[in-house]
Design a protein around this ligand. Sequence first.
Ligand SMILES: Cc1cc2nc3c(=O)[nH]c(=O)nc-3n(C[C@H](O)[C@H](O)[C@H](O)COP(=O)(O)O)c2cc1C
Ligand SMILES: Nc1ncnc2c1ncn2[C@@H]1O[C@H](COP(=O)(O)OP(=O)(O)OP(=O)(O)O)[C@@H](O)[C@H]1O
Length: 285
Amino acid sequence: MKKSSSILINKKNITAIALGGFDGMHIAHQELFKNLGTNGGIVSIESDYANLTPRTYRQEYSKYPIYYYILQNIKHLDGKEFIALLKEEYPNLKKIVVGFDFCFGKNRKNCINELKELFDGEVVVIDEVKIDGIAVHSRVIRDYINDGNIKMANKLLGKEYKIFGTQIKGQGLGSKNFVPTINLNVENFILPTEGVYITKTIINEEELPSVTFLGHRVSTDGSFAVETHILDKNITNRFSLVQIKFLDKLRGNRKFDSFEELKKQIEMDIKEAKEFFQSKSSIDN
Ligand SMILES: Cc1cc2nc3c(=O)[nH]c(=O)nc-3n(C[C@H](O)[C@H](O)[C@H](O)COP(=O)(O)O)c2cc1C
Ligand SMILES: Nc1ncnc2c1ncn2[C@@H]1O[C@H](COP(=O)(O)OP(=O)(O)OP(=O)(O)O)[C@@H](O)[C@H]1O
């Protein structure tokens, strides 16, 4: 993980900032960061729905320090006051980098023209970044994740969508009746639609091929679960922090009338996931 340098780098040294929400730190956001130069920083204006990369996890995706401002605390400022705040916070600020649709100040009344008028330094505006004709935005990525379209979400993110969780106790049925799984409590991240996914699970910095079920266990106790089965490895330890990277969706959640039928389906899911990783490794080699 890239270390957070926000606390180490004095705001006085910052000469360029990128401005916006930056949930997801997706490929369009990365285009902005390319213009920051040596003493750059990211100014992240926090809404309360940043759930692709909640604030605690965002620094991993950039070498530039991220400085957070809560939208609720600054939304009353008009355009002039907002720029004055930036000048006060970053006294050596020479450059502001924003995207084509950036607006700011009370009721988002000010956009690019006003930014150029009010800021006495350089303003770099990035044209809309698109992939295969699709505009890259956090909201678009959230929709893909909601729909379980992990491949498109990952394409727009420029990386594999990743969530963090803590291990919790399961029903105790898995190892006995099906396969062993690590059950997770996941907070603050948007979760893909209920179903079974090909994933990589990171424990102790080791990235392991896995298959993950998330949804209501409609075939057993009906409760909501995020549980991952590590392929080809027996895991006995408990882990405080587990990361899951989503690669593709295998199928939707289903209700099975017997444990035997569910077990048979889980075995098929595992087979499919293994084939995915095998074909991937033969392409990679
Ligand atoms: C690959 C995989 C696919 C699963 N698919 C379903 C499913 O379609 N429907 C369902 O109700 N439960 C599904 N489950 C969840 C099982 O019901 C669950 O693993 C079992 O109840 C054991 O839970 P435990 O780990 O809490 O003991 C799946 C689990 C795995 C690992
Ligand atoms: N597709 C894009 N092309 C160019 N710039 C972008 C693009 N998406 C966002 N930006 C810019 O990145 C910065 C961060 O914006 P923001 O966090 O609103 O991103 P977003 O992906 O559009 O989010 P949301 O979908 O929630 O509006 C802003 O300066 C914004 O103009």
